[in-house]
Design a protein around this ligand. Structure first.
Ligand code: FMN
Length: 211
């Protein structure tokens, strides 16, 4: 089946994109507004685009009902600083509360029963309960359409919950780190079902695939 996605309504385009590119990691983003204070909200149009420097991208849409900019977007546009927290199983319910469209002056993190502490290099605070937090500075901001902005951020500092980092391999230990992924709508997935695959060398490939 071929789908001319650009001929579809925005609602259907969203459903097609959001339900195919899955699972998506969830960025719980904290920002700061001079007039509105601390803010936090989840974003699953999110991923990593580089490591030197470490680059993260987030897709910020406008509010569905009135097309206004979300508080996260306004704060990042104004001061370019944000903390991206990865969301694990323990943080899932609190993340969901942070998605409520509270008025700008309400701190979602308080409502969700989470704790914020000062960041090291930027003004927005970070959430203590998150397994991983990246302090970020905006590299660039792209307006793709009136309803969709993309922020590209550089990680300036990283925080990892004690016990997750493996000093021998330098990886975050997948047996201890349990991020959840967003499928679409209210559907999420866990990331506990690991398996391995090794890319064979070209020589090994030729041995098992003689002409
Ligand atoms: C799991 C999850 C993922 C979300 N992903 C996005 C996203 O990628 N982009 C977006 O604009 N909104 C996304 N939202 C909705 C925002 O979190 C929601 O609009 C929030 O109220 C925005 O808050 P703010 O106005 O404080 O920035 C998501 C919500 C949930 C629960």
């Amino acid at each position: 089946m071929q789908i001319d996605i650009n001929a579809m309504s925005q609602d259907i385009q969203y459903k097609l994109i959001a339900s195919t590119v899955v699972p998506r990691p969830i960025a719980l983003i904290s920002t700061f507004g001079e007039e509105t204070g601390d803010n936090a909200a989840p974003f699953s149009f999110f991923n990593v685009m580089g490591e030197n420097p470490p680059v993260l991208v987030v897709g910020l849409e406008t509010r569905r009902h009135d097309k206004s900019l979300k508080d996260t977007t306004i704060n990042i546009m104004k001061n370019g600083q944000f903390v991206i927290h990865l969301v694990d199983e323990d943080l899932g319910e609190a993340m969901n509360i942070c998605a409520i469209d509270f008025p700008p002056q309400v701190n979602e993190v308080d409502m969700a029963g989470l704790t914020m502490v000062p960041s090291t290099l930027i003004k927005p605070k970070r959430i203590v309960q998150a397994p991983v937090a990246f302090e970020c500075e905006k590299i660039t901001f792209l307006q793709i359409s009136p309803d969709r902005n993309i922020v590209v951020g550089k990680v300036v500092m990283m925080h990892v919950r004690d016990g997750l980092f493996d000093p021998e391999t330098y990886y975050i230990n997948p047996e201890k780190y349990h991020p959840i992924g967003r499928m679409f709508g209210q559907l999420y997935t866990r990331t506990r079902d690991h398996f391995t695959m090794t890319v064979p060398s070209y020589d090994d490939w030729q041995k098992t695939h003689p002409k």
